[in-house]
Design a protein around this ligand. Structure first.
Ligand code: NDP
Length: 498
């Protein structure tokens, strides 16, 4: 596949290929868009922005619904392409597409309600004013996406930015350019204008997008690249959303449904071959149920095999295998034990599900993002210790709690952008919930009303309804009026319990 039939982008001199990570076969050939081509796409998006904005909420909703229908009708095709470019099982790719379509639908359907001008209380001192606020589109949003969820993740920015009235230029990961082009091509089919375009290439293409004068950059990827993106954006005071990595913990309380907790831990750790930003990488289990939990987890993990056509696919990015190997080796060298899996063989593209115990808390397997189907399981004496350890990394993206009675209590104490109770990663599929992290996991939010507002700026209006009883904002203000003001403020604020 080439981008020649995709949404318009300037001709590119060079090309690159995306490969099937399971077989090494070429999936598609794509242009490497240089800075000139990226600038041309951003200029087109800028020229298109007034038209897109003039459509209003209804017009944009109709356009996005046409796109939604097209994606939903052809989701098999998208899932198959995604499966080839990432190596993930087609069923997982279908699930990812379904969730992305749901978010697109929600963003298109709720933009008006969340963003349109609404009245707010003017306050007692400004009671003569009618106050209102509206959230306006920023203009052109540059979206830079990762490869691990190449539809669901960028759609969290693309759909919400478009619904909020922005035009979008999207740079997919070099590992999933075909998926990015598919999205832009279907948008073009549904809408027929360059409201949403794709540019492909390596990191330089992403860097060019950050320097092309966009009004916001929505970046999803590693913390290290996120810092580079932010530094580049600082040059032009371009605002950024950074959705970066995670080291999510799952906590199992002594009143948990232990079998369910183990199943959730395994799926959270090994689904998508562990290449999930909000995947489970650490488990802290109350000592009273530790052995029982491990029995369940080990039994289930032994039944799971990473293999071609299996439920656990290959590691998409070859260099990630070295990081996984380093973390496992370090854990084992420092006294840890692998109850399932073990050292990752050189040259492997499939990493077997791995359960590590007795791993020191300061080891890389506990502190750094592994991004493989591995999980550490640690015994804790109580939930205080579980919470302290769960909160003990630089990352703070998602988290999970299993407890029949105390889920909310424990969740309230976790430093994380999201928490699932008695389920895993469930927050990501709920369009009304904001998604994002703190600390090294980034900042800003996609999804939900916060995700729509992320791609806007508030415009506040104060309209005088009648002349004020005490004229404050004039050089004609008198000493008498100042005294009246003092009296009013003391009357309002100097006494009382509230
Ligand atoms: P990377 O940081 O390697 O790349 C992310 C994107 O940035 C890619 O499109 C990449 O292009 C591009 N890029 C690389 N260098 C630059 C640059 N200097 N300027 C601008 N863009 C650049 O991340 P991965 O693709 O490896 O994704 C995995 C990471 O994403 C994990 O850490 C994961 O946790 C995180 N992630 C976070 C999510 C969240 O919502 N918090 C969701 C999903 C993933 P290219 O690929 O061509 O190099």
């Amino acid at each position: 596949m080439t981008s020649t039939d995709a949404a318009p982008a300037a001709p590119a001199a060079q090309t690159f290929t995306s490969l099937d990570p399971a077989t090494g076969a070429v999936v598609g050939t794509h242009p490497i868009h240089d800075a000139t081509a990226v600038q041309a796409a951003v200029d087109r998006a800028r020229a298109e922005a007034p038209h897109w904005q003039a459509l209003g909420y209804d017009g944009r909703k109709r356009a996005l619904v046409r796109w939604r229908k097209l994606i939903a009708r052809r989701m098999d095709e998208l899932a198959a392409l995604m499966a080839r470019e990432t190596g993930k099982p087609t069923g997982d790719a279908l699930l990812e597409t379904a969730l992305a379509v749901d978010h697109l639908s929600w963003a298109a359907g709720h933009a008006e309600k969340v963003l349109k001008r609404r009245s707010v209380a003017p306050g007692l001192l400004m009671v003569n004013q009618a106050a209102s606020v509206e959230y306006r589109p920023l203009g052109v949003v540059g979206v830079i996406g990762p490869w691990n969820y190449p539809v669901f993740t960028p759609m969290g920015s693309i759909a919400y930015a478009l619904a909020a009235g922005n035009t979008v230029v999207f740079k997919p990961s070099e590992y999933t350019p075909g998926v990015g082009e598919w999205l832009a091509r279907t948008f073009q089919e549904a809408v027929g204008r360059p409201v949403f375009q794709v540019v492909t290439g390596y990191g330089e293409t992403g860097a060019a997008l950050t320097a092309a004068g966009v009004d916001k950059v929505a970046f999803t990827g590693s913390t290290a690249t996120g810092k580079r993106v932010m530094a580049a954006c600082a040059e032009t005071l371009t605002p950024v959303v950074i959705e970066a990595g995670g080291k999510d913990a799952l906590i199992v309380a002594d009143d948990a449904d232990v079998a369910e907790a183990a199943e959730a831990a395994l799926w959270g750790a090994a689904a998508n071959a562990g290449q999930t930003c909000a995947g489970v990488e650490r488990v802290y289990v109350h000592e009273r149920v530790y052995d029982e939990f491990l029995d369940h987890l080990v039994r289930q993990a032994k039944d799971l095999e990473a293999k071609p056509g299996g439920q656990v696919g290959p590691i998409t990015m070859p260099s990630q295998v070295d990081i996984i190997r380093r973390h496992v080796d370090d854990a084992l060298a420092r006294g840890g034990r692998a109850l399932v899996g073990g050292p990752v063989p050189e040259g492997a593209r499939f990493v077997q599900p791995t359960v590590l115990v007795d791993v020191p808390e300061d080891s890389s397997a506990v502190q750094e993002e592994t991004f493989g189907p591995t999980v550490t399981v640690t015994r804790v004496k109580d939930m205080d210790e579980a919470v302290e350890r769960a909160n003990g990394t630089r990352y703070a993206l998602g988290s999970t709690v299993f407890s029949q009675e105390h889920g909310m209590e424990i969740a309230d104490r976790l430093r994380a952008g999201m928490t699932a109770i008695n389920g895993v990663i469930s927050f990501a599929g709920i369009p009304t919930l904001p998604f994002g992290g703190v600390g090294d996991s980034g900042f800003g939010r996609i999804h939900g009303p916060d995700g729509l507002r992320e791609f806007t700026y508030p415009h506040a209006i104060a309209r005088q309804r009648f002349k004020p009883a005490i004229a404050l904002t004039t050089f004609r203000r008198t000493a008498k009026e100042e005294k009246q003001l003092t009296k009013v403020v003391r009357g309002l604020y100097a006494r009382g319990k509230k």
